[in-house]
Design a protein around this ligand. Sequence first.
Ligand SMILES: *[C@@H]1O[C@H](CO)[C@@H](O)[C@H](O)[C@H]1NC(C)=O
Ligand SMILES: *[C@@H]1O[C@H](CO)[C@@H](O)[C@H](O)[C@H]1NC(C)=O
Length: 396
Amino acid sequence: MVLRWWHRLAGAGALLAALAAALALTVAGLRPTTAEHAQPSASAAGVRRPPLRFAPGGSFKVALFADLHYGEDAWTDWGPAQDAGSDRVMAAVLDAEKPDLVVYLGDLVTANNLPIPNASLYWDRAFSPTRDRGIPWATVFGNHDDMPFEWPPEWFSPDGVPPLRCPPPGSTAASGDDQGCSFRGAPRIELITAEISSNRLSYSQNGPKDLWPGVSNFVLQVLSRTHDDPALLMYFLDSGGGSYTEVVSSAQVKWFQSQSRFLNPNGRIPELIFWHIPSTEYAKVAPKAKSEIKKPCVGSINKEDVAPQAAEWGMMDALAKRPSVKAIFVGHNHGLDWCCPYEKLWLCFARHTGYGGYGNWPRGARIIQITESPTSTVSWIRMENGTKHSELTLSS
Ligand SMILES: *[C@@H]1O[C@H](CO)[C@@H](O)[C@H](O)[C@H]1NC(C)=O
Ligand SMILES: *[C@@H]1O[C@H](CO)[C@@H](O)[C@H](O)[C@H]1NC(C)=O
């Protein structure tokens, strides 16, 4: 979420374009995640990803990078300086924590502020600190990632007609008829296809086609350190926004139910859930905006109201019914970093990681550490300056 003038919701323009492309499912882990089409682990480029696995010490650590908002105000000094700041935050967190996986929790770019279809370049830059360190990652979409460009009003003054700012030939990942010089947003499917096909470390997937326009719907299995069965399941969902409504659909609910029944029929394996926009239930458990965060909630900033999805179509019920689901992690609200209990699970915000996007609260990243046996999930926030706070146990 952002509050500046160009950060309003966009229409449904890119939807048809998003539906036009198609590519093979990428499945990490040994068990195919979709029972109906038993696809082996193959990426768009035909590259097999090695399965994710608990480390010999028996733990698996995930870093959440939320709301990086790359690509703002590229025509000023300010924008590129913010992006350099985001590079530094990620480097500091990765070096301090050495996670086994990074989850990019949406709003990697502020596409409505990109003056050319340059989104894939910024999208790629968001991974580079992680890729440089050889760490695998997965991404989900936020509401800004595929927004069409919105012309800043100041470009229309004083001359009235702004100059077209087109990329030099061959310099962008843009495709199609427009020669990279239109101002449509880069469709979700285009961003994710570019990511998957050129990055062996990317574990992202473009989910089942029947869930489109939501694209980032997939499951990652983390295998036991001692055998080839999963000991952790991570579900990624597209909570919409940008080219379509901010919502998790009932089709996604059914998809989650069938995946979880298939992969974890007896609920033995702990499950964690990741998407970008908080559900309406977050607003119900939230401490009053700007008040102190009191137990049982744990966190350090509570500066604004929860900005939830447009509707609730049953996902929260489906999750609350599964004791194996330990927590949900979202970004979107840059001024919130708490976790609060909801039924038998935790609803957590990440921490604003990027220098892009609204808000000047110190940057950091939520870390999740899962232990295989005995099973436990703990989480804390690691700041850019190295300090660590808000540690809590999400399951034990
Ligand atoms: C396009 O992206 C590149 C790489 O991040 C950046 O250097 C360049 O300034 C961008 N161009 C515009 C006009 O945003
Ligand atoms: C690190 O940043 C936090 C704000 O997040 C601040 O409270 C703390 O004093 C800083 N610590 C150091 C050692 O600079």
